[in-house]
Design a protein around this ligand. Structure first.
Ligand code: SDX
Length: 429
């Protein structure tokens, strides 16, 4: 890495800390020995300035709107690759050869079914159950059917089998959570279909009629899943890593990631964006009024789908999705008023001093719901779609953390509570 050092002065003493420089010239001060040397720790709520790891999976440059998976620009992958090709790239580090790809597909295809006993779990959920709550518990419940998977330190083949089982079964669990909500019969995977076609079939086919997957819809889904596949150390990925750092199994780690993604500040934003656009549209489409509300500190309303912890420029994924919106809606012959509302909202916000001063741009969630809606995905399933897309990234990051034998995650704190005091018996309080 680097021989540079950082010097800090504390209470009249000088300390030296190593500098770490990454392959894209990102720089960090390595504080691993800070407390041992100085008794000081650093403090950074939300880890806005703190790196948790060194990773070779995804590179993003927030200032210039750059996103690459294993060095490949997202624009090229979204245009040319299949989602499972990208999943292979993220997890194993290289684009697969034809032989490797066929082997990967064959293994995943043979694991799309879930144990029949799991159907009883679904039936216990009420129709109003949010699919993210169902999905998170179902993924953790998968571990109960594979006790041999509970030890992630077992041989590489056991971990690999768990990886393939998760990628294969998540769409089945997701589609069944929807069918259960609708009180419709479950559709089983059809192994003659590819990954995206199979998911759409399980979501929308009924036993009573023929269902043909529209290639435009399948292609749109493929692109959306690729765009969501990884995003370095975001909230849910950091959750997967820290749960896995206790040597918890992969099912438990992914289940925790799904729960973290559910929040409206993170993956739940794609559902919140559509609900916001519907609210603005129903209110007459006065975007100026809602932009003013978003700026008002006394108003809890935020412009969902806007802003990002890292991107201080356009989220490259939002650019691709916005372009795909027009293409897909035209191909499907859909005229969605919410797209016009979204475009007007974006135009007004991007000209507004408040948003410009804070570098607030549309993020991946701002336009994605328009496409999900156009291809028939119900709003409550939007974040589930995000989870299906993010699964390979979560797996890749968990695998990297375990292969690098990273220590259990256990942050420090600064205590600001009461100093020592003696117990007071109840009678004297
Ligand atoms: C994802 O991390 C990732 O990579 C995540 C993700 C991934 O692929 O994994 O990219 C996916 O989660 C995208 C983000 C989806 N969330 C939303 O769209 C929710 C709306 N956005 C915000 O809540 C917010 O922008 C965050 C949560 C995304 C980022 O929050 P930060 O980095 O903690 O920034 P902040 O909340 O401190 O905001 C800085 C300023 C504040 O104003 P001031 O206190 O400086 O006056 O910007 C304001 C905020 O009030 N602000 C907004 C705003 N987002 C930030 N004001 C109005 N509307 C917004 N959307």
């Amino acid at each position: 890495m680097s021989t540079d050092i950082a010097k800090i002065e504390l209470e009249g003493k000088s300390y030296e800390l190593p500098i770490v420089i990454g392959t894209e010239n990102e720089k960090a001060i390595d504080i691993a020995k800070l407390r041992a040397q100085t008794k000081y720790i650093t403090l950074d709520p939300g880890f806005k300035n703190t790196g948790s790891t060194k990773s070779a999976i995804t590179y993003l440059d927030g200032e210039n709107g750059v996103l690459r998976y294993r060095g490949y620009p997202i624009e090229q992958l979204a245009e040319n690759a299949s989602f499972l090709e990208v999943a292979y790239l993220l997890i194993y580090g290289e684009l697969p050869t034809k032989e490797q790809y066929d082997e990967f597909i064959a293994s995943i295809t043979n694991h799309t079914l879930v144990h029949e006993d799991m159907k009883q779990f679904f039936e216990a959920y009420p129709p109003k159950a949010h699919p993210m709550g169902v999905l998170s518990s179902m993924v953790c419940s998968l571990s109960t059917f594979y006790p041999e998977s509970l030890d992630p330190d077992r041989d590489e083949n056991a971990v690999n089998l768990t990886i393939h089982r998760l990628i294969a079964k998540l769409p089945t669990l997701a589609a069944w959570s929807y069918k259960n909500k609708m009180r419709h019969p479950f559709m089983y995977p059809n192994n003659n279909l590819d990954y995206c076609e199979n998911f759409l079939h399980m979501m929308f086919a009924m036993p009573t009629s023929e269902y043909k997957v529209d290639p435009v819809v399948a292609s749109a889904l493929n692109k959306l899943l690729i765009l969501h596949a990884d995003h370095e150390q975001n909230c849910s990925t950091s959750t997967v890593r820290i749960v896995g750092s206790s040597h918890a199994n992969l099912y438990a780690s992914i289940s925790a990631g799904i729960s973290a993604l559910w929040g409206p500040l993170h993956g739940g934003a794609n559902q919140a964006v559509i609900e916001m656009l519907e609210q603005i549209n129903a209110d007459g489409g006065d975007v100026d009024k809602w932009v003013e509300k978003a700026k008002d500190k006394n108003d809890p309303f935020r412009l969902m789908g806007f802003g990002h912890r890292v991107y201080k420029n356009f989220d490259p994924r939002a650019k691709i999705i916005k372009k795909a919106c027009d293409e897909i809606l035209n191909k499907l012959g859909i005229d969605d008023p919410l797209l016009e509302v979204a475009k007007k909202l974006e135009a007004v916000a991007l000209e507004d001093e408040y948003f410009k001063a804070r570098n607030l741009y549309p993020n991946v969630d701002f336009y994605s719901g328009i496409i999900y809606k156009a291809i028939g995905i119900p709003t409550e399933m939007f974040t589930v779609m995000f989870a299906i897309g993010r699964l390979p990234g979560w797996i890749a990051q968990w695998k990297e953390m375990r292969e690098n034998n990273e220590p259990i995650g256990r942050p420090r704190q600064i205590y600001i509570g009461e100093n020592e005091r003696d117990f007071i018996p109840m009678a004297r309080r």
